[in-house]
Design a protein around this ligand. Structure first.
Ligand code: TIU
Length: 224
C-alpha cells in the first residue's frame, strides 16, 4: 500500500513494504550528562527535544509494520576499531575509552553506549553497531536493507549534521530515497541543525527530503 508524505521540497509517495525507519545513535552517551557528547563540551539537554518526535515515528512505524533499524556509535573495548585520528582529535574533557559515570565513554557494552530507554529496540529490530559516523561504513546495514528490498529511508536521530548527515550522504550515493525527519533530529549546535536540514532540500532536493514527524505519523497511519 502507498501513502503520500508531505515533505520539502515536494511530497513523496511511501510504500510501506520498501520503506524503513532508521534511528541514528539515540544513545545515553549523546543524550545524557556524563557521556561522549558532554565530554566534547556540549550541552546535551539540546538533544532532548528530538526524543518525543522519535518516539512518535517509532510507534507509527511499528504499527505500520515497517522495518525499524537502530544504530549505535561506539568502539570495541580494546579500541582496535578506533582510528588514532579519531581518538586524538579535538580537546575533549574525557577521551573515547576513558571511564565516566556511565562507564567507559563510547565503548560497546557500557551503560552509556545503550539506546535511551524511551527508544529501546524491540526483539527483531536490527541494531547496527558502527565505529564511524556513517551507518553504512564497516557495518552490514546495506545487506539488511537489501534483504528487505528497502528503497526509502526515513531517518532521524542525533546529531543532525554529524551522524545523521553522514549516513544520509552515504545512503544517497547508494541510491536510497532519503527523508530526514527534521524535528526528530537534534544537534548541540542549533545553527548546524538548521543548516544541515537546509542542505538536504537545497537545489531541488540535493540529498533528499525533509519532513515533520507529524507528517510521518499521518502518512504511516494511512498504511496501517
Ligand atoms: N552520533 C553522532 O552524531 N556523533 C557525534 O560525534 N556527534 C557530534 O555532534 N559530536
Amino acid at each position: 500500500m502507498v501513502s503520500l508524505l508531505e515533505a520539502q521540497p515536494s511530497p513523496l509517495t511511501l510504500d510501506g513494504s520498501t520503506t524503513a525507519l532508521l534511528i541514528i545513535d539515540m544513545q545515553r552517551d549523546f543524550l545524557e550528562p556524563g557521556g561522549f557528547g558532554e565530554s566534547l563540551v556540549n550541552d546535551v539537554s539540546l538533544l532532548a527535544a528530538a526524543v518525543p518526535p522519535c518516539r512518535a515515528v517509532l510507534d507509527a512505524a511499528r504499527a505500520a509494520g515497517l522495518l525499524v533499524v537502530h544504530t549505535r556509535e561506539g568502539h570495541r573495548p580494546d579500541l582496535s576499531d578506533a582510528p588514532p585520528a579519531k581518538l586524538e582529535r579535538g580537546a575533549p574533557t574525557a577521551r573515547i575509552g576513558a571511564p565516566g559515570p556511565m562507564g567507559r565513554i563510547l565503548i560497546r557494552g557500557e551503560p552509556g553506549h545503550a539506546i535511551i530507554p524511551a527508544l529501546t529496540p524491540r526483539a527483531g529490530e536490527p541494531v547496527i553497531d558502527k565505529p564511524g559516523k556513517g551507518a553504512f561504513y564497516a557495518t552490514d546495514l546495506a545487506d539488511i536493507l537489501a534483504a528487505r528490498a528497502i528503497a526509502t529511508l526515513l531517518v532521524c536521530g542525533v546529531t543532525t549534521e554529524v551522524c545523521v548527515h553522514t549516513t544520509v550522504r552515504e545512503a544517497n550515493d547508494r541510491g536510497y530515497r532519503c527523508v530526514v525527519i527534521g524535528d526528530a533530529c537534534g544537534s548541540y549546535i542549533p545553527e548546524f541543525h538548521a543548516a544541515g536540514l537546509a542542505m538536504i532540500t537545497a537545489q531541488g532536493g540535493l540529498f533528499g527530503w525533509v519532513c515533520e514527524s507529524a507528517a510521518v505519523v499521518t502518512a504511516l497511519g494511512r498504511l496501517g
